[in-house]
Write a protein that binds this ligand. Sequence first.
Ligand code: GCU
Length: 421
Amino acid sequence: MKTFFITLLLIIPVLMNAQVRQAITDEKDVPVYELPEVLVSLKGKKIKNVKSWEKIRRPEVLKMFQDEVYGRIPGDLKIARSRVVDEDENALGGIAKRKQVVLTFVKNDKELNVEILIYLPKGIQNFPLFLGYNFYGNHTIINDAAIRLTESWVRDNPAFGIVNNQITEQSRGVRSSRWPVEEIIKSGCGVATIYYGDVDPDRDNFGDGIHPLFYDKSQSEPADDEWGAIAAWAWGLSRALDYFETDKDIDATKVAVIGHSRLGKTALWAGATDRRFAAVISNDSGCGGAALSRRKFGETVARINTSFPHWFCNNFNKYNNHEEKLPVDQHMLLALIAPRPLYVASATEDLWADPRGEFLSAKFASPVYQLYGLEGLPATEMPEPDSPVKGIVSYHIRTGKHDITAYDWEQYIGFAKKMLN
Ligand code: GCU
């Protein structure tokens, strides 16, 4: 008997670990779950109109995401200085205007510089502008020798010539397949990007990036309900928008915030927290993004908190293997974007991000759009691959793997032009 209990004690942690590791990839293994009601307040009041959504329920939902998922921002910090460090009226062979702008933040004797790369169409005004982060530096989005190189920490990627966490000339344009800059410009839209590591390097270290500027003397990491990296990145997008409001070349009321994968999670949180973003686009954002957590399909809360302990606030760990205890689910994140245009996209081979969970989230956010007299997602069943469902809430599942491709962008450009022009 004694040996039995000892074996049990030894085996429990192993089993728990296995629980973290084993991913559901088959629909038949999805557990039965019940989603929290987006339109019932904490006091049990049924939310029936825009007024009570905006006054009662929306603030409740936003606060639950702040306290339990992404973390709240511990204070206010405005741009101390913005400097246009490059301006070219004839970029990309003359079709675009290029600008590079450095935003400087100062607090508690610390300073942080964040650099925005902007391409604008010429001869038109008040065009939609896509704003999104990139993974490996602004210079990777297109082969343009004038793009300045970031000095921030970058994840090593020898294939891109990135070693010792520093980028080199070799990585110019390596991510151009993800950024069809010329097509965007020719369509009459603008595009702006920031290297996300300028705001906060993507590693489990709260001693770099924007976080330390907010610490008091005794602090070395955020409190349990304070911002992880995703909230920090989302904060950075809002500061870019602050800058756009001061730039006469840009109509800051037409900014579509966009992101792929972890940066899709970021775009959604930015859109939820900052209602100045006119539209939000989530590409393969998955767990902690558009996908419903309670389905536990692909990446789970426990898994994401284990692999990326710095992305969410510490409180989010409470829900590892306990998704049913979450006061929210991700359809409520999408609902925070209402009534603004929202595009959610998945890919057929991207099971890790749970395409069906992303679709269902868009569907279950739709009742909030309906309060505003809008249809929300115009579909109740998941569409076939490569057959976008187009509405104020749009959705597609593209054939292929986890990526953001020319096909995805073609849909987003059409969407932005229709919704924002
Ligand atoms: C990992 C992670 C995902 C994330 C993705 C990405 O796969 O598990 O949550 O979306 O990286 O950002 O590429």
